[in-house]
Design a protein around this ligand. Structure first.
Ligand SMILES: [Zn+2]
Length: 361
């Protein structure tokens, strides 16, 4: 999503948000579409009572791109107990299960928790404008806890790392390569900076967060120079940083700049640092985790909490003070693939889990 190289009619979450909005209205659920342009999100609210707990369940509306898929991304197929198509696993199955569960529970009149149902735009790009729009709309509404539906194979995820990326630039002075000492080689400076980052990465490995492991750092792109016979005056790199609870933009900047300064590295600057998804950690003993575990146990599923390597919008809800978890059908190994699918059995079991949660498990 967020593509500018294809017909605007094919991108954006607007139509999906509208579809969920219409379905909620058919169930007589208060619903509103929020957000600007084609990147819209939907929020439905059902209230049982003021004293009841309020649970927010969010399922992102966007998918990763459909380039180079080996199946027709837009033609859902059911075969061998699997539903295939782009977004089938990540994460339309989560929203479908939630809508089905809500319909059944409303028909039985057995809703025991207030529900805020969210379909949010812009999850895959790490921009999370959808969650921000939704939180702005919900304003001061009290939300007790939240679940983000993502492919977790029906396991309750209480912890994942966050994401950040940075650009580091090395500056030098260009000159003819026949007399390299007249210039300052930015690529050599950048190579020394990479050495510092590699040491920093080793240091990060020493500090594991319980249940999450250590933060990580990985240099992913390196570029610079113009020609073999020019001493380069500019080189740069892009790096990925997986973050832990407590990491902030200031702390990441401090550790990277500190690593360069400790080695006396001049002419290197951290020119850009972007925080992406926030990390997630909800104690397994928190009431939200216990409720989720009861629902899983009631459905005959493994209730033990696990952590995952991928980041989700649950981190952002948690960052805003809402204890959050991740739970949904399908496997992350099926998401984002050229033949994405979800097992229908998992989808149906998720309906049961959401029914149990809505009925107060
Ligand atoms: Zn997803």
């Amino acid at each position: 999503m967020g593509r500018t190289d294809i017909d605007p009619g094919w991108v954006g979450e607007q139509r999906y948000a509208e579809l969920v909005h219409q379905q909620l209205r058919k169930l007589r659920v208060d619903s509103v579409v929020v957000g600007a342009g084609t990147r819209q999100s939907v929020v439905g609210e059902v209230h049982v009572s003021r004293s009841a707990e309020t649970l927010l369940i969010a399922s992102h509306l966007d998918t990763v791109p459909v380039d180079n898929m080996s199946i027709d991304p837009f033609e859902p197929r059911i075969e061998h107990g699997r539903l295939s198509g782009r977004g089938s696993c990540d994460t339309k199955a989560g929203m479908a299960a939630l809508m089905a569960a809500l319909e059944r529970v409303l028909a039985r009149g057995s809703l025991a928790r207030n529900l805020v149902l969210v379909g949010e735009a812009d999850e895959e790009s790490s921009g999370s404008t959808g969650v921000r729009d939704v939180l702005l709309h919900l304003a001061t509404r009290k939300i007790d806890w939240a679940i983000a539906t993502e492919p977790t194979e029906l396991r309750m995820v209480n912890a994942h790392k966050g994401t950040a990326w940075a650009r580091v630039e090395a500056h030098g002075r260009a000159c003819h390569s026949s007399e390299p000492r007249r210039g300052r080689n930015a690529i050599v400076t950048l190579a020394r900076a990479i050495g510092c980052l590699s040491e920093l990465s080793d240091q990060l490995e020493q500090h594991a967060y319980p249940g999450l492991g250590p933060g990580t750092l990985s240099v992913g792109v390196v570029a610079g120079g113009q020609a073999p016979n020019i001493v380069p005056d500019r080189a740069w790199l892009l790096m990925d940083r997986r973050t832990l609870p407590g990491d902030t933009s200031a702390s990441l900047r401090g550790e990277i700049e500190g690593a360069f300064a400790a080695q006396g590295l001049m002419d290197v600057e951290l020119s850009e640092l972007r925080m992406g998804k926030h990390p997630l950690f909800t104690a397994p003993t928190h009431a939200a985790a216990l409720a989720c575990q009861r629902a899983l146990a009631r459905c005959g599923l493994n209730p033990d909490p696990v952590s995952v390597a991928f980041a989700t919008d649950a981190g952002l809800f948690a960052h805003e003070g809402i204890p959050s978890l991740v739970l949904g059908p399908g496997s992350i190994t099926q998401a984002h693939t050229d033949a994405e699918y979800v097992e229908i059995d998992q989808l149906e079991r998720t309906v049961g889990i959401f029914e149990a949660l809505l009925e107060g498990a």
